[in-house]
Write a protein that binds this ligand. Structure first.
Ligand SMILES: O=C(O)CCC(=O)C(=O)O
Ligand SMILES: [Fe+2]
Length: 290
């Protein structure tokens, strides 16, 4: 269970947040360097067809370690691949056909990956694009950690409410599971602010004991606005064929816009989850943090 963080620790971690979408490269880069500054990096793979093996090679090259497979995916005894295919067209006849993300063309609201895992557990996600949709299918990013750093300065009570364990309940909705995981939306781990802002259909807010509901509501509203298009903490990009994004699942939330396929262009992405950040990347922490 995630602990409640003392206010001074929360403030110090929030003050150490430097993640910004300002000056984020609009296209692919050679190395994953921007990950530290912006919380994500887009890389282009040349000469290799995009696919599961390519994603495994890329994630290994980034030092992300073996992909993590959520235990939920193995429920019912099915073998779960270490890489998930996200494609309504390719997954139409498979067990993933009804999965809201993997098997359908609908949009995805902002979330962090690892629904049932505790906040901060899944560190990084890689999405590799084999083929983009002819229409829609944009990747949406929300710099939740920067938004929180502003909130704690403007409205400390709202920020503390969001950092209280039990405010966000995430519910599984695949493989017949209704397991859930309750936690805070923000916490501090190793002096670093860690975020888990999720507003999909299967996420809900709760008012745990000791939290004033009005404080929590103001915090939720602040984040909702900060996540809207036009906010400095909102970024949209479309991955091209052979492009991959690696993002920090502990600083950013992500989503996608709905898409439409055409007969000769059917969107297909591959996704892996990781319990490490790319090697060589330093993420700022509060001074004096362990
Ligand atoms: O389809 C996408 O662009 C991302 C989907 C996603 O966020 C997920 O499957 O967790
Ligand atoms: Fe996701």
């Amino acid at each position: 269970m995630t602990r409640a963080v003392p206010f001074d620790e929360l403030t110090a971690a929030a003050a150490a947040v430097t993640t910004t979408f300002e000056d984020a490269p609009s296209g692919p880069v050679e190395v994953a360097d921007p990950y530290s500054a912006h919380g994500f990096a887009v890389v282009a793979l040349r000469g290799t067809p995009a696919g599961e093996d390519t994603l495994l090679t890329l994630s290994a090259a980034l030092g992300l370690g073996e992909p993590f497979v959520p235990p939920l995916y193995r429920l019912g005894g099915g073998a779960a691949p270490t890489v998930s295919r996200i494609s309504a067209a390719s997954n139409a006849e498979t067990a993933d056909a009804d999965h809201p993300s993997f098997g359908r063309t609908v949009g995805q609201e902002f979330h962090c990956d690892g629904t049932l895992q505790d906040i901060g557990f899944v560190k990084a996600t890689v999405l590799l694009c084999e083929l983009p949709a002819p229409e829609g299918g944009k990747s949406l990013l929300f710099n939740a950690s920067a938004a929180f750093a502003r909130l704690i300065a403007a409205d400390p009570a709202a920020a503390v409410a969001l950092a209280t364990p039990g405010t966000l309940v995430r519910q599984a909705n695949i493989n017949g599971s209704s397991e859930q995981n309750a936690g805070p939306v923000f916490t501090v781990q190793d002096g670093r602010l860690v975020a888990r802002y999720c507003v999909t259909d299967t996420d809900r807010w709760e008012v745990p004991a000791g939290v004033v509901e009005a404080d929590l509501r103001r915090g939720i509203e602040f984040l909702r606005r900060a996540a809207l298009p036009g906010s400095p903490d909102h970024l949209e990009l479309t991955l091209g064929p052979g492009e991959a994004i690696v993002f920090d699942n502990t600083r950013l939330s992500h989503g996608r816009s709905a898409y439409r396929d055409s007969p000769d262009r059917r969107r297909c992405l591959y996704r892996s989850l990781h319990l490490a950040h790319p090697s060589g990347v330093t993420i700022p922490a509060a001074a004096g943090a362990r």
